[in-house]
Write a protein of this length. Structure first.
Length: 444
C-alpha cells in the first residue's frame, strides 16, 4: 500500500496534461473552408484583408501559433512568436517566422527585443489588416517595452523580483506592471488600432479575468494609478524598487491605460481557449475513472500557501471520514501566494507540498494520504520541476537521509528537498499554461 497513493496522484496528473492538449482544442474551434475562416463562431473572409499578422506570446505561444499558421498558410503575411524556451523542433508552419526567447519569470534582453519587433510589425497595420493575438501565461515577462524611456532592463528586472516575492496576488502585480508598460493594459490593442483584432487566450488567471493574462495587452484595463499606489503601500515594496521607478511612483498618477468603452476596442473580439477549470474537470474525470470519490475545490486559492494547505487538508480529512474504505480525491487549482525570503531553489507548488508533508506526518489517524501540486506549464518557480508529490513516509525518509524538512522550508529550498527523495514532478515545458493543479488523496 506504501506509495500507491503517490503513484496514483502522479498518474492522474500526467493523464490530465494529455487531456488538455492544446492543439486538438484549438483545431476544434478554428476551421477554414476556402477563403472563409471560422474562429470560435466568428466568420471572416480572408479576401477582405490586405494583410494578416500573427502575434503570439506566452508559454503556449509556439503551440498556438503553429496551429493557426498551418491553417492560414500563405495567407499569413507576417508573424512574431515569443516563448520562454525554444522547442526541440520548430514546427514546419513556423519555419519562415521569427521565434524569440524572452525572459521568464524575469524579463531579459529578448523580452525587450520581442516588444520592439511587435511594435514594428504593428506600425504597418491599417483598416485592412487582420491581427491575431495569441496570448498565454508568462507573457508579462516575455514581452516588454517600458512606458518611460528612462527605465532600463535592470530596473524592470528589479521591479519584477520585488513584485513576485512580496506576497501580492497576480492581479495586484499586474496593476503595477500595466501602468509602467507601453504595451500592457490595453496599450498593445491601442497600437494595433484600427486593424481588425482577434485575441485568443490560454488563461493562467482566475476564471472571467482575461485582462490579467499577460497583463491584459489587448483588453480594456479597469485598474488605475490609485490601485498601483495602493499595492506599493500595502506590501511596502517602495524600498525594494530601483530609484527611477520609485521616483515615477512618488509623483503619483500619470496618463491612464485604455479603459472600457474606448473606441480603440471597437474592432476587437476575445475568446477563451482554456483555463484552470479545464484542467480541474479533466483531473476529476481521470480520478473518477480510477474509482475515486471526487470533490472539486474551484476557489482561486490565491492566499498564502500555508492557509490554503491547512484548509484543503482539513477538507480532505473530512471527506475520508465521511466515506470510509473509499479513495477520496480533492482536486484544487489556482495559484497560491509564496513569499520568498530564503536563498534556495523551488517554487510555490513544491513549497506547498513540503508544508503539507510536515502536516500529514503529524497525523495520529491511520490514514493513507498523498499530496501533489504542480504547474500545468511544467515549470515551478526557479526550479527545473513542475512540482512535487508527498505521502506519509516523506518526512521519515528525509530524516533518515539526514535532511531537516523545516530547514528546507525556511530557506525556500523545496526543490532540493524533493530532488533528494526522488519525489519531484518533472515534465519539461508542456506547451500550455492554465495555472496549477493540486491533487489530495486519502483512504482509511
Amino acid at each position: 500500500m506504501i506509495h500507491r497513493m503517490k503513484d496514483l496522484a502522479r498518474d492522474i496528473f500526467r493523464e490530465t496534461l494529455g487531456r488538455i492538449e492544446l492543439k486538438s482544442v484549438l483545431r476544434s474551434h478554428i476551421r477554414r473552408q476556402g477563403t472563409r475562416l471560422e474562429v470560435y463562431g466568428d466568420t471572416f473572409d480572408l479576401t477582405d484583408y490586405r494583410q494578416v499578422f500573427l502575434i503570439a506570446f506566452g508559454k503556449a505561444s509556439v503551440t498556438m501559433a503553429a496551429v493557426l499558421a498551418e491553417i492560414l498558410a500563405e495567407d499569413l503575411t507576417d508573424a512574431v512568436i515569443v516563448t520562454n524556451a525554444l522547442p526541440a523542433e520548430v514546427p514546419a508552419a513556423l519555419s519562415r517566422h521569427p521565434i524569440i526567447v524572452g525572459g521568464h519569470p524575469t524579463p531579459n534582453e529578448g523580452s525587450l527585443e520581442a516588444g520592439r519587433r511587435i511594435i514594428e510589425l504593428l506600425s504597418r497595420r491599417d483598416e485592412e489588416t487582420l491581427v491575431f493575438f495569441l496570448i498565454s501565461g508568462g507573457g508579462s515577462a516575455l514581452i516588454e517595452v517600458p512606458l518611460f524611456e528612462t527605465l532600463t532592463l535592470a530596473d524592470l528586472q528589479q521591479l519584477n523580483r520585488a513584485l513576485v516575492t512580496c506576497g501580492a496576488t497576480i492581479r495586484e502585480i499586474n496593476a503595477v506592471r500595466k501602468h509602467l508598460s507601453a504595451i500592457k493594459g490595453g496599450r498593445l490593442a491601442e497600437r494595433a488600432h484600427p486593424a481588425r483584432q482577434i485575441s485568443l487566450y490560454v488563461s493562467d488567471v482566475n476564471p472571467g479575468d482575461l485582462s490579467t493574462i499577460a497583463s491584459g495587452p489587448t483588453l480594456p484595463d479597469e485598474t488605475t494609478w490609485d490601485d498601483v499606489l495602493a499595492v506599493v503601500a500595502k506590501y511596502e515594496v517602495i524600498k525594494k524598487l530601483p530609484p527611477r521607478i520609485a521616483d515615477i511612483l512618488s509623483h503619483g498618477r500619470r496618463d491612464e491605460t485604455p479603459k472600457p468603452g474606448d473606441p480603440i476596442f471597437s474592432r476587437s473580439t476575445h475568446h477563451l481557449v482554456m483555463d484552470n477549470r479545464t484542467a480541474l474537470d479533466a483531473a476529476a474525470t481521470m480520478a473518477r475513472e480510477r474509482e475515486c470519490l471526487v470533490e472539486v475545490d474551484d476557489s482561486p486559492n490565491e492566499e498564502h500557501y500555508r492557509i490554503v494547505a491547512d484548509r484543503l487538508l482539513a477538507r480532505l480529512f473530512q471527506l475520508a471520514e465521511k466515506f470510509p474504505e473509499q479513495t477520496v480525491c480533492l482536486v484544487s487549482g489556482g495559484e497560491v501566494s509564496c513569499p520568498v525570503t530564503g536563498s534556495g531553489v523551488g517554487g510555490r507548488n513544491q513549497e506547498f507540498v513540503l508544508y503539507a508533508a510536515l502536516k500529514i506526518a503529524e497525523l495520529k489517524d491511520p490514514l493513507d494520504v498523498a499530496v501533489l501540486s504542480a504547474g500545468t506549464d511544467g515549470i515551478d518557480g526557479i526550479s527545473p520541476a513542475a512540482g512535487a508529490v508527498a505521502d506519509r513516509t516523506t518526512v521519515a525518509r528525509a530524516e533518515a537521509l539526514g535532511l531537516d524538512p523545516k530547514k528546507f522550508l525556511a530557506d525556500n529550498d523545496s526543490y532540493s528537498f524533493f530532488a533528494a527523495l526522488g519525489d519531484t514532478i518533472v515534465t519539461g515545458p508542456t506547451g500550455t499554461n492554465v495555472r496549477d493543479l493540486r491533487l489530495l488523496l486519502a483512504r482509511r
